[in-house]
Design a protein around this ligand. Structure first.
Ligand code: NAD
Ligand code: ZN
Length: 355
C-alpha cells in the first residue's frame, strides 16, 4: 500500500494498520491511506482493540484461516473508538460518539434477515475476516452496525464488547435464576459468562479449565468452584457442593473434544446446553443419554443483533463489572508482544491502544 497524506489530517504519525498481506503466516504493521466513509457508512477513529482467537488463527494462517479469510486485508474486529465522519445518508449518529461495532455485516435480503433474525443471516460478511478490520487508526463500517455506548462504558470496556456479547448471548439463552451453571473453558468468554450468570441470579457457578492460570483468574473473578478436569472431576465438585441431580444449565466455551461429554455426564435430566466453543474436529457424544435425559443443546454464534447489545449495556448499568477479565495492555506499535500474550493462554483479555 502507498502512504497518502490527506491535507487536513491531524494525526501525529502516519496512519497505521495491522495488515495480512497475503495468504500466508504473519502480519505487518503498515502505513496506510485514510479510508473514506461511503454512503450509509461511518468512519471511526479507533481507540482500543481486543485480540480474539480469530486474530491468532489469521496471524498463524491455519486451515480455518486459509478457508475463511479474504487476504489481503486489515484484520481485527473487537474495537472501540469515536465517530469522525458520517457517510451520505447517515442521520442517526453523531460525530464524536464513543462506539463499538457489530462485526457481522448482514445481507439484509435473505429469509432470516427479512424476518428480523439478522444474527442468522446466511450471507454474513465479517469485519477483519472478509472485509477490512479495526486493527488500524481508522475503520469504516455500515452505520447500522454501529453501537453507541452509554456513559457507563469507556474506551477500554468498549473494546471487549464483541466477546462480552458472545458471553451474554450464550448466558442468556436459558433462565438462570436459582439454577446451577457449569461452564467448560475459562477463556475470556467463559470468564465473562460466569460473571453474567452470577449477576442474573444463578446459585452455583462452576467453571472448568485445564490451564491453572486461567482457573486462578476465574477464582479471583468470583466463581464458586474452578476445577481442572484432568486432576479432579466435575462429579467431585458436585459432591463438594452437595448437589444431587446435576447442573441445570451448561455453557460449552472451550471447543475441547472432551468438554461436551463432560457436560453430559454432569447435567440434570432436562438440562440445557448452549455451545459457543468451536471444536476443530468432530466430537463424539452419548446420544442415547442426550435422548433419555431429555437434554436441549443449542449452537450459539456471534451476538443477537441488536438485542444482545442492549442487554450488555443494561448488565453494565446494573453493576456487572467485567473489567478484571482484561489482564494485559499494549500500545498498538507493540502488537507482537500483545499477540504473544494472547497466544500464551496465560492472559485474560489483551487490549491494544491505538490512541
Ligand atoms: P480461549 O481459547 O481463550 O479459551 C478456551 C479455554 O478452554 C482455554 O482457557 C483452554 O485452556 C480451555 N480448555 C481446553 N481444554 C479444556 C477442557 N477439556 N475442559 C475445559 N476447558 C478446556 O477462547 P475464548 O476466546 O474464551 O473463546 C471460547 C471458545 O468460543 C473458543 O472455542 C472460541 O473459538 C469460541 N468462539 C466462538 C464464537 C461463536 O460465535 N460461536 C465466538 C468467539 C469465540
Ligand atoms: Zn441475510
Amino acid at each position: 500500500m502507498t502512504v497518502v497524506q490527506p491535507p487536513n489530517r491531524r494525526e501525529e504519525h502516519p496512519l497505521r494498520a495491522l495488515y495480512k498481506p497475503s495468504a500466508a503466516p504473519g502480519l505487518e504493521l503498515i502505513e496506510c491511506p485514510e479510508p473514506v466513509a461511503g454512503p450509509g457508512e461511518v468512519k471511526i477513529r479507533v481507540e482500543r482493540t481486543g485480540i480474539c482467537g480469530t486474530d491468532l488463527h489469521i496471524e498463524s494462517w491455519d486451515a480455518w484461516a486459509a478457508s475463511a479469510v479474504n487476504a489481503p486485508l486489515i484484520i481485527g474486529h473487537e474495537f472501540s473508538g469515536r465517530i469522525v465522519e458520517l457517510g451520505e445518508g447517515v442521520t442517526s449518529l453523531e460525530v464524536g460518539a464513543l462506539v463499538s461495532g457489530e462485526g457481522h455485516v448482514i445481507c439484509g435480503t435473505c429469509r432470516n434477515c427479512r424476518a428480523g433474525r439478522r444474527h442468522m443471516c446466511k450471507n454474513t460478511s465479517s469485519v477483519g475476516v472478509n472485509r477490512n478490520g479495526a486493527f488500524a487508526d481508522y475503520v469504516v463500517i455500515p452505520a447500522s452496525n454501529v453501537w453507541v455506548h452509554s456513559d457507563a462504558v469507556d474506551a477500554e470496556l468498549g473494546a471487549i464488547f464483541d466477546p462480552f456479547g458472545n458471553a451474554v448471548h450464550t448466558a442468556l439463552q436459558f433462565p438462570l435464576a436459582g439454577e446451577d451453571v457449569l461452564i467448560t473453558g475459562a477463556g475470556p468468554i467463559g470468564l465473562m459468562a460466569a460473571k453474567v450468570a452470577r449477576h442474573v441470579g444463578a446459585r452455583y457457578v462452576v467453571i472448568s479449565d485445564i490451564n491453572e492460570t486461567r482457573l486462578a483468574l476465574a477464582r479471583r473473578m468470583g466463581v464458586d468452584v474452578a476445577v481442572n478436569p484432568v486432576t479432579s472431576s466435575i462429579a467431585e465438585v458436585q459432591r463438594q457442593l452437595g448437589m444431587k441431580e446435576g447442573f441445570d444449565v451448561a455453557f460449552e466455551m472451550s471447543g475441547a473434544p472432551t468438554a461436551l461429554p463432560d457436560i453430559l455426564d454432569n447435567l440434570a435430566h432436562g438440562g440445557r446446553i448452549a455451545v459457543l466453543g468451536l471444536p476443530s474436529k468432530e466430537i463424539s457424544i452419548n446420544w442415547a443419554k442426550l435422548v433419555t435425559h431429555m437434554i436441549t443443546i443449542k449452537g450459539i454464534y456471534g451476538r443477537e443483533m441488536y438485542e444482545t447489545w442492549y442487554a450488555m449495556n443494561a448488565l453494565i448499568q446494573t453493576g456487572l463489572d467485567i473489567r478484571d477479565v482484561i489482564t494485559d495492555r499494549f500500545p498498538a506499535t507493540d502488537w507482537q508482544s500483545a499477540f504473544a500474550a494472547a497466544r500464551s493462554s496465560n492472559a485474560g483479555k489483551v487490549v491494544m491502544d491505538w490512541s
